[in-house]
Write a protein that binds this ligand. Structure first.
Ligand code: ACO
Length: 325
């Protein structure tokens, strides 16, 4: 039996665009280096007054409108972020208040770049047990606020944005038939031993500061391809389908070379990979729902398509979900 269904999506980006050329004026880098090593051409950066919650609220509103639903229809909000507006309360509660959702819990999930996979799997579990009927699942980030803008090895890689989906519980009375829409399989993993390869060097309990992102990029890259390839095979096995059956892969957008390497290991052609890293850079938990929303809206992803979501991030954490749209 399939799990909950995606019935709408939305996304939001800050207005301000920062190109590689703009960054080359600030740190010792170049458009050529960034494009060749990452595929990134530009990123959106939050301006004054724009925060993780304002982006999340805009994406959530767009997703509700797309689903043809109202805030009263939502009884669960799960928001993935590593850059909350405040240490507490959860940014999800700001979304809940701004939208005026009267029902159900609202909480944040912290799994950095794989946050959306964690949020989607958590919401799907609550919906399939009957704890809620309809969930807003959001990935929203303002990584520009935790970057060391003097560090060329990290500041060129990230951007800000938000993406959201509306997830609806399966109809218990009429379980989806094979081939019907819904989550088919999901897997999540974590390996805290790799903490030092990707982390923020501050926090309320350790330094009483927010801190800056630190990353050993080359090592993260190596782990990413191995972990993602393994989890993709696990999910395919769980769902009982083969890689050829996938219509679209919507990966976390960290680096075009990771996207290419992972697709190649699965034997998938590049045309099946949704790529937004060139326009958005790495928006952490926002990147998967942002890319999904863009590909739905431009008509590539259609009802009936089999879509694989996958991501890896700090922790390490990683995961994948296979969903029939
Ligand atoms: N401009 C110019 N030169 C640079 C820049 C820059 N912006 N950054 C680094 N360099 C230099 C380095 O100093 C190094 O110079 P050296 O050889 O003289 O020492 C050289 O370029 C090569 O550096 P590497 O780090 O080896 O370059 P690499 O090809 O590995 O690319 C990158 C770096 C883009 C960071 C890559 O390793 C990567 O994408 N890693 C994965 C990141 C990732 O997946 N993150 C996902 C999770 S993010 C999250 O969870 C928050």
């Amino acid at each position: 039996m399939t799990g909950s269904r995606i019935v709408g999506s939305g996304s939001a980006l800050p207005e301000q665009i920062v190109t590689n050329h703009d960054l080359a004026a600030r740190v010792d880098t170049s458009d050529e280096w960034i494009i060749e090593r990452t595929g990134i051409r530009q990123r959106h950066i939050a301006g004054e007054g724009e925060t993780t919650s304002t982006l999340a609220i805009a994406a959530a509103r767009a997703a509700l409108a797309d689903a043809g639903l109202t805030p009263a229809d939502i009884d669960l909000i799960v928001l993935a972020t590593a850059t909350p507006d405040n240490t507490f309360p959860a940014t999800a509660t700001k979304v809940q208040h701004a939208l005026g959702c009267p029902n159900g819990p609202a909480f944040d999930v912290g799994a950095v770049c794989s946050g959306f996979l964690y949020a989607l799997t958590t919401a799907d579990s609550l919906l399939t047990t009957g704890a809620a009927r309809r969930a807003l699942v959001i990935g929203a980030e303002t990584f520009s606020r935790i970057l060391d803008w003097e560090d060329r090895t990290t500041c060129v890689l990230f951007g800000d944005g938000a993406g959201a989906v509306v997830l609806e519980a399966p109809d218990q009375a009429r379980p989806a038939q094979n081939g019907g829409p819904g989550v088919l399989a999901s897997r999540l993993h974590a390996d805290g031993a790799q903490h030092d390869l990707l982390y923020v060097d501050g926090g309320p309990s350790s330094t009483q500061t927010v801190g800056h992102l630190r990353m050993k990029g080359r090592e993260v890259f190596r782990h990413a391809v191995v972990n993602l390839t393994n989890v993709l095979h696990e999910v395919l096995d769980d769902a009982g389908v083969c890689a050829d059956d996938i219509d679209w892969i919507v990966p976390h957008q960290a680096n075009k070379r990771i996207l290419d390497a992972t697709a190649k290991k699965l034997g998938l052609p590049a045309e099946k990979v949704i790529v937004t890293v060139d326009m958005h850079a790495n928006t952490s938990a926002a990147s998967v729902p942002l890319a999904f929303d863009m590909a739905r809206r431009d008509g590539r992803i259609k009802p009936g398509d089999l879509v694989m979501f996958e991501a890896m991030g700090g922790g390490f954490t990683w995961g994948a979900s296979l969903v029939r749209i």
